[in-house]
Design a protein around this ligand. Structure first.
Ligand SMILES: [Zn+2]
Length: 276
């Protein structure tokens, strides 16, 4: 099943697909083991900076090999990109979907940039996610109501761009929150009524399982989850290395991988509305 079919099927079933970023072999394997344990598909995301770190061919080969090895359905997705050359390279490398993020630009410029990518990607049978409204990066700017997605704009934007899925701004942000945000569920319901494409929630870290499920019930079909993975992995590595002289890397990382697997499995269960 293609990614868009899976997102639509999950939404119809009152579920969502977890989309996690991976950064190296260890975080990739940890995520895939979680997906395998819960028995659910997963979306593996690479940001442009991850691709800079691993190299594009390496990221693709790792993700595909991990899916085969672990027997998991895993879609490869390019997260937050506004570089056309990189988007094209990912399309050619066989990505299942790409995100064009021109949300910091004015509405018309966002439409233009998104249309270019939709045309390019659809010619190759690849799905496109775009963002309307602003999901801020914490530490840079606070979330403001001005940046939230307007339902009428969403309807117009989807119609004008032909985009396949839409990231909406309903109160989340990227990074760690000082206190848990309260999602604007009424806005989400209005957006869902206005557009038929699967909706995406960015900034899932630090938002409670109850709010995830509230969002999924109202049409969120993909939840992006990254910050807590980096945090859990790095904290565990730090803690174990500070108390050990172990130099064998095959022993250094597994405790952190196990923590990430448990964390991601829990989030996948929330997306699939499965109890433990
Ligand atoms: Zn994001």
């Amino acid at each position: 099943m293609k990614i868009l079919d899976t997102l639509r099927a999950k939404r119809a079933a009152g579920q969502a697909v977890l989309a996690t970023n991976f950064y190296n072999l260890e975080t990739l394997l940890a995520v895939m083991r979680a997906a395998k344990a819960v028995g659910e598909p997963v979306i593996l995301q690479t940001s442009p900076s991850t691709l800079q770190y691993t190299g594009l061919p390496m990221a693709v080969a790792m993700a595909r090999a991990a899916a085969v090895q672990e027997g998991v359905t895993a879609y490869l997705h390019l997260d937050h990109c506004n570089d056309l050359a990189l988007i094209r390279a990912c399309l050619e490398a066989g990505y299942d979907s790409v995100m064009i993020d021109a949300s910091e630009q004015q509405y018309e410029a966002n439409v233009r940039a998104t249309r270019v990518v939709v045309e390019m990607a659809h010619a190759m049978g690849v799905a496109v996610e775009a963002e309307l409204g602003t999901v801020p990066k914490l530490g840079q700017a606070a979330a403001t109501v001005d940046g939230l997605t307007l339902p009428d704009d969403a309807r117009r934007f989807v119609g004008e761009t032909g985009v396949d899925s839409l990231a909406v701004a309903i109160g989340t942000a990227h990074g760690f929150y000082k206190q848990e945000p309260k999602l604007d569920l009424a806005r989400l319901e209005a957006i869902r009524a206005a557009v038929d494409v699967p909706l995406v929630l960015h900034g899932g870290s630090g938002v409670s399982p109850a709010q995830w499920q509230d969002a999924i019930r109202r049409g969120i079909a993909k939840i992006n989850f990254a910050t807590e993975i980096k945090d859990a992995f790095t904290r565990t590595v730090k803690a174990s290395m500070s108390t050990s002289d172990e130099i064998d890397l095959r022993k250094t990382f597994p405790p952190a991988m196990a923590v990430v697997t448990e964390l991601v499995a829990e989030k996948i269960r929330v997306c699939a509305m499965k109890s433990r």
